[in-house]
Ligand binder design. Structure first.
Ligand code: NAP
Length: 251
């Protein structure tokens, strides 16, 4: 009897978890699936794959994990803005000669008629929106929020998945929590309740958080999108179906 191949999926978003479930069911008896989470937020769903939680200790730590666990294949299905783990996956797979696939959902395609601005980073985004915004819905996560302090004339409604460990500095914000998926009615109601006149978000793509974009378009408010960081080189797909085909040829 031949041994099962071992697949490591670097996850942390809904699409990655769904891919892990699909890989378990499609390759049952041929593939062991290990699903890896950073552990930043509490897990909210059951997984059929074996789940491990926590960092590996950089690229070398991930390379050791691949060797120690006998990993044959890696799929980097992390969030498009999780650039550090993707760089580590690139390095570790090079070092261990492990085939690696990147699975990144496509960016949102906004209709050409929609007014939106693109920004390199938070500082760039805030510089742009400070020209017109008064009440901004911020959905960019917990990083770089200190920069909001520099714009006391703007009120920021910051939505995060879980309360930050340390309270945010500054007075010019309202902190709310929420967990995707979001629906359009709720996003419209939220924008109305907080009199939002601008949306600041990441160009994340994906179905789970697109409702805020649709709501902003519906309300005709400006959208400022942080650009995705550059992707690591290598094979990449945009759908779970394509990732499963990649696996089929290797398992
Ligand atoms: P990051 O900056 O790219 O990674 C920071 C460190 O977190 C990595 O160096 C690694 O630690 C650890 N890590 C990240 N993803 C991991 C995974 N799937 N399994 C094990 N360790 C992981 O990542 P981030 O932007 O903080 O995001 C953290 C996680 O949240 C990612 O898994 C991502 O998919 C998910 N997420 C991110 C965003 C976002 O906007 N960035 C949004 C939604 C979900 P070591 O160096 O110790 O290995």
């Amino acid at each position: 009897m031949t041994e099962n191949k071992r697949l490591l999926i670097l996850g942390g978003i809904g699409e990655a978890a769904a891919l892990a479930d699909q890989a378990v069911s499609q390759f049952s008896g041929r593939l062991d699936v290990i699903y890896s989470l950073a552990g930043r937020v509490k897990p909210v769903r059951e997984h059929t794959a074996h789940v491990r939680v926590g960092g590996f200790g950089g690229g070398p730590g991930l390379a050791n994990f691949i060797k120690d666990e006998g990993i044959d294949l890696v799929i980097d299905a992390t969030h498009p803005f999780a650039a550090t783990i993707s760089a580590h996956a690139f390095d570790a797979c090079q070092a261990t000669e492990t085939p690696r696939l990147m699975f990144a959902r496509p960016p949102w395609a906004l209709p050409p008629s929609v007014k939106f601005l693109e920004a390199e980073d938070m500082a760039d985004a805030l510089g742009q929106l400070s020209n017109f915004a008064k009440r901004v819905l911020v959905t960019t996560g917990q990083s770089d929020l200190d920069a909001l302090d520099d714009f006391p004339e703007i009120h920021f409604v910051i939505r995060v998945i879980e309360e930050p460990g340390e309270p945010l500095a500054g007075e010019n914000h309202t902190l709310i929590t929420g967990r995707p998926p979001y629906n359009l009615d709720d996003e419209l109601a939220l924008m109305q309740e907080h009199a939002i006149d601008t949306l600041l978000a990441k160009q994340s793509g994906g179905e789970g958080t697109v409702a805020k974009i649709t709501a902003a378009i519906r309300n005709r408010i400006p959208i400022v999108l942080l650009r995705r960081p550059p992707r690591e080189p290598g094979e990449a797909v945009q759908s779970a179906a394509a990732a499963l085909l990649w696996l089929e040829s290797r398992v």
